[in-house]
Design a protein around this ligand. Structure first.
Ligand code: AMP
Ligand code: ZN
Length: 437
């Protein structure tokens, strides 16, 4: 296979050079950080008075971690490092875990961000002949404008369709010959059933690829979407604190996501001890942004769980790969004392072909115990009135789940298309237990 690179010199830069570039850029970020009301006292307390106090990349470890709570406490301008008049855009996180946090950009910062997204898009085989429909929320959420700018940079025809209104989405795909889409994986899982319901024929579409991100999904879900829509699906990872999309992305090898190390310094730590994990082990990703003058953020605890690959990638890129994010250290559920990640449930049910494309997890209190219910849709070919078949399927899901998560769930089967669908990030976990217990 021949691989195409957007910034070949940077994407394949030998590691010693890449690390030297990181150090230069980190020193720049220290200079900007010292101008913020949040970092100035922290850096001084760590004995860092100027960029020259960082002699090696290892000196980064002298700086304490930054958390989401820090960003909230610094709202609105605690992390702003340039005069407000020089800021040309702000974005805010979607706030799925609480109050949103705000990030500011100057022109240079936006240019850097756009170039990372362009690099990701081009690396999947896209080019200026593609028609790109960005089926994700525009606005404060970074997925809309971030991908939009990256697509334009590559020279694709970008259709800013936004999320929702699926009938119109199909019209746009047919009218303009869309070849690439960007959406959440949970939305992509629904596209095929909506196509069937609306009588849209696959061969009336020119779709080849999709970028899917903004929420965790398993390898089985990727294969399912690829099978349903006959397209290639690429995993896209990013977070608003680190610009948004364009932090890490799959190349055509589809084996891990290259994290752009000229733009970010990545560490993986044990979320309990805060010590680095051994290479290849899973832990929490910690990121330092290297090219954002308006809002520097150092050693940000993303809460996202992943691990580094230890082998280099066949595509020739030298930037390290991280594994598909399996969940967040703060979305872990404790059910009757057992730690369960929603991704474990997803992995089990999406691997069963009789199961449909939507599911929910509900936890309630039942006396002193917790009760877990997994509600899943059945596939469109399953008849809801065949109770023998349904009971057998239910029992099989229950047993397989129990083998994986060690607790015994209740399983409910629902008709295809009957569970609620969200257009943005899917809400799948309903924890109905009283909060003070
Ligand atoms: P936001 O700041 O609203 O864009 O949300 C960012 C968060 O979404 C990340 O910290 C992850 O928890 C999640 N996320 C984004 N992309 C992915 C992905 N490809 N796989 C798993 N989780 C993702
Ligand atoms: Zn690669």
């Amino acid at each position: 296979m021949t691989y195409q690179y957007w910034h070949q010199d940077i994407e394949t830069m030998p590691r010693p050079e890449l690390e030297a570039l990181q150090l230069t850029r980190l020193r720049d970020m220290i200079a900007y950080s010292l101008r913020t009301s949040f970092y100035a006292p922290r850096l001084h307390a760590a004995g860092i008075k100027g960029p020259e106090d960082l002699k090696t990349l290892d000196d980064l470890k002298r700086i304490p971690f930054t958390t989401k709570d820090d960003l909230r406490a610094g709202f609105p301008y605690g992390f702003l490092s340039i005069p407000k008049e020089e800021v040309i855009r702000l974005h805010a996180s979607s706030g799925t875990t609480g109050i949103p946090t705000t990030i500011y950009f100057n022109r240079e910062d936006l240019h850097h961000w756009t170039s990372y997204v362009a690099r990701c898009i081009y690396g999947t085989g896209c080019n200026h002949t593609d028609v790109f429909q960005n089926m994700i929320t525009y606005g404060l959420f970074t997925g809309g404008l971030g991908f939009h700018a990256g697509g334009e940079e590559v020279g694709m025809l970008v259709i800013p369709s936004g999320s929702g209104n699926t009938t119109r989405q199909f019209r746009l795909m047919q009218d303009f010959g869309t070849t690439v889409v960007h959406a959440t994986p949970s939305f992509l899982l629904h596209v095929e059933s909506i196509m069937r319901a609306e009588g849209v024929k696959r061969d009336s579409l020119k779709l080849k690829r999709a970028f899917a991100g903004a929420e965790p999904y398993s390898e089985d879900t990727r294969r399912r979407i690829e099978g349903l829509l006959h397209i290639d699906v690429y995993n896209s990872y990013g977070l608003s604190e680190m610009n948004g999309p364009g932090v890490a992305f799959e190349c055509q090898c589809k084996d891990g996501l290259h994290l752009w190390e000229d733009g970010y310094i990545a560490e993986i730590i044990n979320p309990d001890t805060l010590e680095p994990v051994r290479d290849g082990e899973t832990g929490e990703l910690v990121l330092t942004i290297l090219c954002r003058e308006a809002t520097p953020i150092l050693r940000y605890r993303t809460r996202d769980l992943t691990g580094f690959y230890t082998e280099p990638c066949a595509c020739g890129r030298t930037h390290r790969r991280i594994r598909r994010i399996t969940g967040r250290s703060d979305d872990m559920l404790i059910i009757n004392g057992v730690n369960v990640f929603p991704s474990q449930v997803e992995e089990v049910i999406m691997a069963m072909k009789e199961v449909g494309n939507n599911y929910l997890i509900e936890i309630e209190k039942d006396g002193v115990l917790d009760r877990l219910t997994v509600k899943t849709e059945v596939g469109p070919a399953t008849f809801m009135d065949d109770s023998r078949l349904l009971n057998a399927l239910k029992e099989r899901i229950r047993k397989t789940l129990q083998a994986s998560i060690t607790i015994n769930p209740r399983v409910e089967l629902h008709e295809s298309g009957s569970l609620p669908v969200s257009e943005g990030k899917a809400k799948r976990v309903y924890d109905k237990r009283p909060k003070d217990v």
